[in-house]
Design a protein around this ligand. Structure first.
Ligand code: THG
Length: 262
């Protein structure tokens, strides 16, 4: 599974402060820690408080690029910032994210093609977040139809069924797991799936436990990628062990250490 580190996000107070004060060392340490913990990709989000969105995003990317070439997920709702971010981020980037409406897809799919980047699309439309699996699948098939229209490689498409906190949308969680499973049968090749894992436990007491129990179910259902807290060692251990149990990693006595050395 692709692990996308969530920590470089202005939603976190310390990161918002580092962006404000242009503290390169703080951001670079956070990037390095996440990579050392097993992240394949780093999410980059300037957060809701930034007053100079594009400028701050470019500063973050340039700062990270001084120490690593790890792929970045450009996490911003501002379209004008996305393209600037892609220019500086380079190879293997993710656009995070588009909504599922045609007007959005008509902009984001050509952009992803132009920069040869992967595209994350949320199953959100003008009508909001679907309340059942059928509506999620309908949005997904519209996203795929649009990608085919633009000749965009479906294997670079990541669909995000929008994980909401368990304390406000408990009944949705099983729909998300079923969606992750069923989307694999929708087209050939099938799109990939992704979730923002930490959303599920926001405002709850047992964050890590909820995150890692969900991810184990979702990996079994076929989840391809997750934006998560890679510094939570129990969570990463659970991911490794789930993949081991599903016969996706080779068993050996010290399998946790062996996986981490890869
Ligand atoms: N899908 C996609 N992208 C996403 C999300 C998603 N990007 C943003 C978000 N959701 C994933 N990233 C986070 C990062 C942090 C938290 C949740 C999701 C988080 N933050 C603490 C909180 O709110 O309790 C902040 C704590 C602090 O301030 O220190 O939980 O779903 N495609």
């Amino acid at each position: 599974m692709i692990i996308i580190g969530e920590k470089i996000n202005g939603m976190f107070r310390k990161v918002a402060l580092a962006i404000k004060e242009k503290d390169e060392v703080f951001i670079q340490n956070l990037a390095q820690q996440q990579i050392s913990a097993g992240s394949n990709v780093l999410d980059v989000n300037v957060g809701p408080e930034s007053l100079a969105h594009t400028e701050d995003l470019i500063w973050l990317i340039k700062t990270i690029r001084k120490i690593t070439n790890a792929p970045l997920a450009i996490d911003t709702p501002k379209l004008e910032s996305v393209e600037e971010g892609l220019k500086y981020a380079g190879e293997g980037s993710f656009i995070n994210s588009s909504h599922a409406d045609d007007e959005k897809l008509d902009i984001y799919i050509p952009l992803a093609k132009k920069y040869n980047s992967k595209l994350i699309v949320l199953t959100i439309s003008k009508n909001g977040v679907p309340q059942d699996i059928q509506n999620r699948l309908e949005l997904a098939s519209n996203i795929i139809r649009k990608c085919q229209e633009y000749n965009f490689d479906i294997s670079n498409l990541f669909i995000d069924p929008v994980l909401l906190p368990i304390n406000v949308a408990q009944q949705q969680i099983v729909h998300i797991i079923d969606f992750i499973n069923q989307i694999k049968f929708i087209s050939e090749p099938s799109p990939k799936t992704i979730v923002g894992l930490s959303n599920i436990s926001q405002g709850t007491k047992y964050r890590s436990l909820i995150d890692r129990t969900f991810i184990s179910l979702a990996i079994y259902a076929g989840l391809d990628a997750a934006i998560l807290n890679p510094l939570d060692k129990d969570l990463i251990d659970t991911i490794i062990t789930t993949e081991l149990l599903l016969n996706r990693q080779l068993y050996c006595e010290s399998f946790l250490e062996a996986y981490r050395k890869k």
